[in-house]
Write a protein that binds this ligand. Sequence first.
Ligand SMILES: [Ca+2]
Length: 448
Amino acid sequence: MPSPTRRQFTALVSASLLAAQPRKANIVFILTDDQRFDTIRALGNPAIRTPNLDALVRAGVTFRNAYCMGGHVGAVCLPSRTMIQRGVSWFTAVREQKPQPNLASTFNDSGYVTYQFTKKGNTDHPAQRSYQFTDYPLPDDQADRLSGQPGRQMADRAIDFLERWKTDKSKPFLMYLAGGSPHDPRVAAPEALARYDAAKIPLPPNFQPWHKLNNGELKVRDETLAPWPRTPEEIRKQLRDYYAVITQMDEQIGRIVKTVKDLGEEGNTYFAFTSDQGLAMGSHGLMGKQNLYDHSMRAGLILAGPGIPKNRQVDDFAYLFDIYPTLCELAGIAPPSTLEGRSLAPILRGQRGKGRDAIFLGYRDLQRAVRQGRWKLIVYPKINRQQLFDLQRDPDEIHDLSAHPEHATRVRELRALMAQQQKQWGDQAALESAQPAPAEVDLSYFAK
Ligand SMILES: [Ca+2]
């Protein structure tokens, strides 16, 4: 056999070097639906049982101030999931309808196998179509046998995918697991419900029988899921169902994590966990996510994997659409230039002063909010009202300080910051009305 020419030899060496290069890290990104920040035991709620999410909190870094930016429709899940998949604000997502780079397309281009389990029609369609492999939940009429097993389908399909992947491990995988729990209807198994005594579940500290300010969206679908006035008994019963569903979902997340470990991939896999936004569940007299209070817009965001510090919680601000560029950086991939999200990797590395200075939130043209440091201002443009909260002393947003004279300067500054943020994100909404609607509502409003 003749010896290889110099060119052939170079090609051979290059090929063997390529083959010897370690595979990029795998990504498992789990997105739950409507899961409040305070429904993970390790984040400070002793009334709920979430051993697998607690383990994830201990394994990585939790962002305590990660926000969904809001949305232009009552089904906030849709803009939230679109922002997450496209790495841009909802203002940009609404304006820019042409297909854009998305999480799956970026990882496809970098040699990944991309898989999703996702609610149908609840995300930007081009982004959904970009995944190489997709499983949708069974239609309701076929899913009866899985009733009372929230998260089960998602875990079964995810594990099926991993079992197929292990027959050819040449490419790393990105899994986006975006199930529909604990979104209503919340059907838990009897044994899961039996773990919770509704009478003993604490009410949220900001529980109210109804929302006294007309935020413009008091009768939207989610708000009709409990009668007015909200009663402690009804809210406790709904919280029991919510917690039981989350506990069952947590078990299924545990099955997925265990499968990754059993494949020997734990040391080469990043886990990202969050929810598309929170939920009111009786807080402020509300039930849904069509408001800008922290209980509805904040979500627990956990990142864990090789090189990420363990069991750390940080207060740096983040948007959920920062996850996309963060996963890019963790995987060593250059993020597309269209992204408005910012990588959180410097914060994971412990670098201070790398986070956002402020958080801006919006809901339709009905509500706007800005947070800077401990202060949060919510503006209701249709009724010319505002609320100022000191989240350090009042994390439950109970005491509105906006009318206190000693905070007048602060309110002015936060309104100026809000206007600047509107400009930055391309938000055209007016912040006040020439003919405002009546601001206060009493119980008779809900009878109509
Ligand atoms: Ca949702």
